[in-house]
Write a protein that binds this ligand. Structure first.
Ligand code: NAD
Length: 420
């Protein structure tokens, strides 16, 4: 097996295609994106020099609806990565049964090296290059790593200027003033807690008896921690890039965040202010956090953190993949053999794309969804699909993760067949 991210995703699809006994023409169609667009974006830098950046947009499949997926600004963006992520978006949108397909874009850039003016020029330049391939009924981009609502604001403005009309539904993740959705910020963490609640039903324990460790304390990790804490779950460890804390009696995410803001890191926060009073705590490394004695492990930072090296030392019985791709295929096999249940990213972190779907709907209908409606819509979708996957995994005697892919791919195949 090749090491490329896209090859890993392709292999994962081929495994499911085999179980589904798919025809070769459908396999050929779904094993690669429909289209990959590569563009050059020349911009004038603040010092007057010219610099050209490379950008991509990969459109994997639109059989169930327009392509949908984020735009990433990162120095490691590559064609391989956007292809892989666009495929995962197809499976994710299908699994949560929203009428959207899979897309992903990115620009090879370290955004922290650019001034705000340069960043705006780059964002607008990208839209000028891909304009003809995107749109509210074609392909709807959103924020991803190192892009945000401000950048989406510039992009949708550029798109509207070229189109000659206000086109809010062409992008999601926009500022609220430009048609953004209330609750989009918390949507991914919220969706993860909906999944946690479903697991709790299966484990048949009270939230206060369920110990949770969370890697990553950014948008997803923090919102997950805070919402789970409010429901009474016991968060006994959190970490971020430079380390974390273990608090055996449970920690308060808001106090931990305040401490992090004060100190610049959460490592050592257990003994600052009232967080310290909660219980005996200790500073731990990221590796320690993954191997903590907890019931549920939440990788919510980056990809490939649970590998064949540490999989046998994971003590949690359940892993909820809030990050994209945190468990490598080799680690997945080891965990599966040990009976650990993995709730895959395409379900666990799908609250974000469901929120984006609601934003798209509200823009198309020219109306406004409030936070309550957004959250209840996310709950309804994720609870239903969790049950479907759970039942399918029992019926087919396959693990939860494979059942999720089975359902996602089979829905797309049905759509293709209905069209052909
Ligand atoms: P973020 O940048 O807000 O937070 C990332 C967190 O991970 C930070 O706390 C950072 O310190 C930590 N981190 C970075 N490198 C680490 C390392 N090597 N070890 C441990 N921790 C590390 O990002 P986010 O929006 O919270 O996204 C987290 C993950 O969730 C990513 O994989 C992203 O693709 C995925 N995701 C996010 C959303 C969303 O709506 N934000 C939706 C779907 C999936």
């Amino acid at each position: 097996m090749s090491n490329s991210f896209f090859s890993e995703c392709e292999d994962q699809f081929l495994e499911i295609a085999k179980i589904l006994n798919l025809e070769q023409d459908i396999i050929n169609r779904l094993r690669k994106p429909d289209r990959v667009i590569k563009v050059e974006i020349p911009i004038t830098m603040d010092d007057g020099s010219q610099k050209t950046f490379i950008g991509f947009r990969s459109q994997h499949n639109n059989s169930r609806g327009p392509y949908k997926g984020g735009i990433r600004f990162h120095k490691n963006v590559s064609e391989d990565e956007v292809k892989a992520l666009s495929m995962l978006m197809s499976w994710k949108c299908s699994l949560v049964n929203i009428p959207l397909g899979g897309g992903k874009g990115g620009i090879i850039v370290d955004p922290f090296q650019l001034s705000e003016t340069e960043l705006e020029k780059l964002s607008r330049g990208y839209v000028q290059q891909i304009y003809q391939y995107i749109g509210s009924d074609i392909d709807i981009p959103a924020p991803d790593v190192h892009t945000n609502s401000k950048i989406m604001g510039w992009m949708v403005d550029e798109y509207s200027k070229i189109a000659g009309k206000n086109s809010p539904a062409a992008f999601t993740g926009k500022p609220k003033e430009l048609g953004g959705l209330e609750g989009r910020e918390e949507a991914t963490g919220y969706g993860g807690v909906v999944i946690l609640d479903k697991l709790k039903e299966k484990i048949n324990l009270n939230p206060s008896d369920i110990k949770i460790a969370i890697q990553g304390f950014g948008n997803v990790g923090y919102n997950f921690a805070n919402l789970a804490y409010q429901k009474g779950y016991k968060i006994t460890g959190v970490s971020e890039a430079n380390g974390g804390i273990e608090v055996r009696d449970g920690l308060n995410p808001v106090e931990t965040l305040n401490c992090k803001k004060e100190k610049g890191t959460i490592a050592g926060c257990y003994c600052v202010g009232s967080v310290c009073d909660l219980s005996k705590g200790r500073t731990i490394s990221n590796e320690d956090l993954l191997e903590m004695d907890v019931d549920v492990l939440i990788p919510a930072a980056i990809e490939d953190v649970i590998t064949k090296e540490n999989a046998s030392r994971i003590k949690a019985g359940y892993v909820i993949e809030m990050a994209n791709g945190p468990v490598t295929p080799e680690a997945e096999e080891i965990l599966e053999e040990r009976g650990v249940i993995i709730i895959p990213d395409i379900l666990a972190n799908a609250g974000g794309v469901v929120g984006s779907y609601f934003e798209w709907l509200q823009n198309k209908d020219d109306c406004c969804w409030n936070k309550e409606r957004t959250f209840s819509g996310i709950s309804e979708k994720l609870e239903k699909e969790f049950d479907e996957v759970w039942n399918l995994s029992k019926e087919k005697n396959i693990c939860f993760k494979k059942a999720a892919y089975f359902l996602a791919v089979s829905r797309i195949v049905e759509a293709i067949k209905k069209k052909d």
